[in-house]
Design a protein around this ligand. Structure first.
Ligand code: NAD
Length: 396
């Protein structure tokens, strides 16, 4: 165990270090908001798969601190070791655990590959031993690869258009310059692989594993997250490989919803969320530029939300205790409504044509994007003294 001074080590959309106090500050802010917004009770037991960052972390915080849930959380994070920092998600959950304990709430985490059978078995064993049947399963994984336990094959997802090559512009996150980008189309194998990783297969396997162990409470609800987005990103996102995976996730929700409502009075839904800076979204070409323009417009309009504000609204108006969600024509919950508002999209599309490396800072919230990206790893958080050495090894 040794204390070290931790600096950001950023390469493009990857940050190799994380700051424990900075990550803790992020979690504390979310917990405060959840305590204020939620009723403090109403959800019995929750399981959150993909619980350590982004939408999953905010869902966990909302369930535990906003609705008093006992929660089991599953993530895939790296602990600190010697002078090497843990991953941000590890520090996020370390703080969530500390705060849950202080508040007398039951929170446990399993750290390992959620796609695998052994991790599902561990979760089932933990639930049987210490939690009982679950009322809510949030499925919020974002991963570049998945080993299918049925075949042993490892599939890698890709972010590619389907059909003609995609030509657009993007920000080089290392040089802060806008550059043209051409992405060659996916092959059929690319599409299949992406659906295997980010589609609904594994979500269904979780529900089946819980059902087989008799761990689904009457009225059980499960929600996974999707994205649609604007015309600008359509070819690379919703009409691309990742969009095919989201189509699969959404059809899995519709099929499971029918099954669950018959057998348990339960539900499976997909919630279409807003585009936000997370580790997963920063890796998608074009999306950082779109988010920078979107944030500028939505912040000016006063309609900007972060992951926790989105999740609090999801629980408050759609999936919380006693709520019945409003669904779109395809059976999806839509909390991307403020992003997709016509005036917002018109304003983004207008600036999109004119944005250059020279006017980027003036016409977009790229500064906000960068700040938020660093804050995902606990950097540039107000009130944190980054000069003081800190302990990198933290217990979960
Ligand atoms: P994220 O990168 O912030 O978090 C991903 C989570 O998945 C982490 O907790 C990580 O530990 C976990 N994880 C990854 N691989 C794992 C594995 N093998 N086993 C266990 N845990 C694993 O991602 P995010 O942006 O919050 O995305 C979550 C979901 O929300 C995705 O389905 C994404 O498509 C969707 N979504 C994201 C956005 C956005 O703009 N960020 C918008 C709409 C929908």
């Amino acid at each position: 165990m040794s204390a070290v001074t931790i600096n950001p080590r950023i390469r493009g959309f990857i940050c190799l270090s994380a700051h424990p106090e900075g990550c803790a500050a992020n979690v504390q802010r979310q917990v405060e908001l959840a305590k204020k917004d939620g009723p403090g009770s109403g959800i019995g037991t929750a399981l959150v798969v993909g619980s350590s960052a982004g939408y999953g972390l905010s869902s966990l915080i909302t369930a535990v601190f906003g609705y008093g849930a006992k929660a089991l959380s599953v993530c895939f994070e790296r602990p600190g070791n010697g002078e090497k920092t843990a991953s941000a998600g590890w520090y996020n959950l370390a703080e969530a655990h500390r705060l849950a304990k202080a508040a007398g709430r039951q929170l446990e985490t399993i750290n390992g590959d959620a796609f695998s059978i052994p991790i599902k078995e561990q979760a089932v064993a933990a639930l049987k031993a210490r939690f009982g049947k679950i009322d809510l399963l949030i499925y919020s994984l974002a991963s570049p690869k998945r080993t299918d336990p049925a075949t042993g094959t490892t599939h890698s997802s890709v972010l590619k258009p389907i059909g003609p090559p995609y030509e657009s512009k993007t920000i080089n996150l290392d040089t802060d310059q806008i550059a043209p980008i051409t992405i060659q189309p996916a092959t059929d194998v690319d599409i299949e692989n992406t659906v295997k990783v980010m589609g609904g297969d594994d979500w269904r396997m979780w529900v089946e594993a819980l059902r087989a162990a008799d761990l689904l409470a009457p009225g059980f609800r499960t929600v996974a997250y999707s994205y649609i987005g604007p015309q600008l990103t359509h070819a690379i996102y919703r009409a691309g490989t990742i969009g095919r995976a989201k189509d699969h996730l959404e059809s899995t929700a519709r099929a499971m919803d029918q099954e669950l409502s018959k057998s348990l009075g339960g539900h499976a839904w997909v919630s279409v969320n807003k585009a936000l800076v997370t580790q997963a979204s920063s890796a998608i070409p074009v999306v950082p530029l779109y988010i920078s323009l979107l944030y500028k417009v939505m912040k000016a309009k006063g309609t900007h939300e972060g992951t926790v504000e989105q999740m609090l609204r999801l629980f408050r108006t759609h999936i919380g205790p006693g709520k019945q969600p409003t669904l779109d024509a395809d059976g999806r919950i839509r909390i991307d409504d403020r992003e997709m508002a016509k005036d917002v999209q018109d304003a983004v599309a207008k600036v999109w044509t004119d944005v250059t490396s020279e006017n980027l800072m003036a016409v977009s919230d790229y500064a906000g994007f960068k700040r938020e990206f660093r804050s995902l790893f606990g950097f540039e958080m107000p009130g944190i003294d980054y000069q003081t050495p800190t302990e990198v090894e933290r217990p979960l």
